[in-house]
Ligand binder design. Structure first.
Ligand code: NAD
Length: 413
């Protein structure tokens, strides 16, 4: 067996309605909470006020930060960091993030930079585009309450930040790779949330389309981590469990958002997907999704979903055995293919059945099959190729050349 390391949140509290325990849980970390939220729906439903009341009754003072409901930009992070620093954060302060991946990522980055004061902007720390600055001081302790299911950001060590503006420093010798636009990660083992409270009831208000997109993000993460070239035993076992739960549950959650069973399955699968991706990396679909998000404004989950069938076909041969193993979760007749090596006709046939299963799932939850139908102009296809070359693509089981990637994008358009 290969050597591996495994990194995960220190404490996970999972269960319907368990947000009500936030007061005493947070009091373990500090006396003043910076509560970051982004969803107007949750605010109007009284969820934020309810959390504030629980915190105050446990003796935790709360300062609220309602942030923009969008995938975080460099300027959003810099602004929130400035607000945190102006409050002179001290050892009994903590950050609580309540929201989807966007809000959690924004709060996660701000919690890290509140205590890491080197550098002018979060951009200085971003992989591939920054000045290589590192998170060295422990961030403010972060408690994450995910309200989508989801990105799994509640369980990961990174924060995904975008920049859509042309960068004046593009030829800066100190940052030669800096280009714009981009979607890159701030990453450190120190950034994993200290406590995760996964209350699936918080996801009941997510509208059907967002339920479909975010759920497909979790499913894509589970599949890509399972077949990643950095795949490892613990993440793989999480992926199997997550996929067994989520593939049947997602269409139910999209159709009937109040289904407790489906919401619980999806929240749990999203959490597992976060732990998997943080330890195994991702692949082709997430690589291209970053470019689709920043270049064409495609929501992250939709971008992953529209690319997933193509990612499976790209890896069909090299990952046939793993894909056959995933099919055997649902199809007892495929279980005999999970032993042995290579791409025998039986293994390939089972892998193809899994790919067909994912095609059907995408159709059932309303994912378009063509890039033009998610708002990608044909003239942007060239730009998508270099934009896809981030950390995610490096986990793909096989290399995909620029020429092949451009051809795939053309076919999908
Ligand atoms: P999101 O956070 O952008 O939320 C989507 C929409 O749903 C927003 O309008 C939000 O306000 C709303 N919303 C959230 N919770 C709601 C609720 N309970 N009821 C009603 N509306 C609600 O979407 P997301 O897919 O969760 O997050 C996407 C971001 O996460 C992207 O920037 C992506 O790159 C990032 N991401 C991060 C990681 C990581 O490990 N850090 C992993 C995957 C994705």
């Amino acid at each position: 067996m290969r050597n591996y390391s495994f990194n995960a949140p220190r404490q996970i509290v999972f269960g319907w309605g368990r947000r009500q325990e936030i007061g005493p849980l947070a009091a373990e970390f500090g006396r003043r909470a910076f509560l970051v939220s982004g969803s107007r729906t949750l605010e109007s439903r009284g969820v934020i006020d309810e959390l504030v009341a629980h915190l105050q009754s446990a003796g935790v003072d709360v300062l609220g930060f309602m942030v923009a409901s969008r995938e975080p930009q460099v300027a959003d992070v810099d602004q929130l960091v400035g607000e945190f620093r102006s409050l002179a954060p001290a050892t009994d302060d903590l950050v609580i993030a309540v929201g989807g991946g966007s809000t959690i990522d924004l709060a996660k980055a701000a919690a890290a930079l509140a205590t890491n004061r080197q550098g002018k902007s979060v951009e200085d720390f971003l992989e591939g585009v920054g000045r290589g600055l590192k998170i060295t001081a422990p961030p403010l302790p972060l408690i994450a309450l995910p309200t989508t299911a989801g990105t799994g950001s509640e369980a990961t060590k990174n924060s995904v930040i975008s920049s859509n503006s042309e960068n004046a420093d593009a030829h800066d010798a100190a940052a030669p790779h800096r280009t714009a636009p981009y979607k890159k990660s701030l990453r450190s083992e120190l950034m994993v949330p200290r406590l995760v409270v996964v209350d699936p009831e918080l996801t009941v208000s997510v509208p059907p389309r967002t339920t479909a997109f975010t759920g497909m993000d979790a499913i894509t993460q589970l599949i890509e981590s399972y077949i990643s070239r950095r795949a490892a035993p613990i993440p793989q076992s999480l992926c199997l469990h997550g996929l067994k739960l989520s593939i049947p549950a997602l269409p139910v959650a999209v159709k009937d958002g109040s289904s407790r069973e489906a919401r619980e399955a999806m929240s749990h699968a999203a959490l597992l997907s976060g732990m998997a991706l943080a330890n195994s990396g991702l692949g082709f679909a997430h690589g291209v999704a970053a470019a689709l998000g920043v270049t064409c404004n495609v929501p992250h989950g939709l971008a992953c979903a529209v690319m997933l069938p193509a990612a499976l076909r790209v890896n069909r041969e090299v990952s046939s055995r793993q894909l056959a193993e995933l099919e055997s979760l649902f199809d007892a007749g495929s279980s005999d293919v999970s032993v042995g090596r290579g791409s025998s006709p039986n293994v390939l046939a089972a892998a193809d059945r899994f790919i067909a299963r994912i095609d059907q799932l995408c159709a059932a939850v309303g994912i378009p099959t063509r890039l033009r139908d998610v708002g990608v102009p044909r003239e942007q296809l060239d730009v998508l190729v270099p934009g896809s070359r981030g950390n995610s693509m490096s986990g793909n089981p096989r290399d995909v050349s620029d020429v092949e990637l451009r051809e795939i994008l053309e076919r999908l358009w």
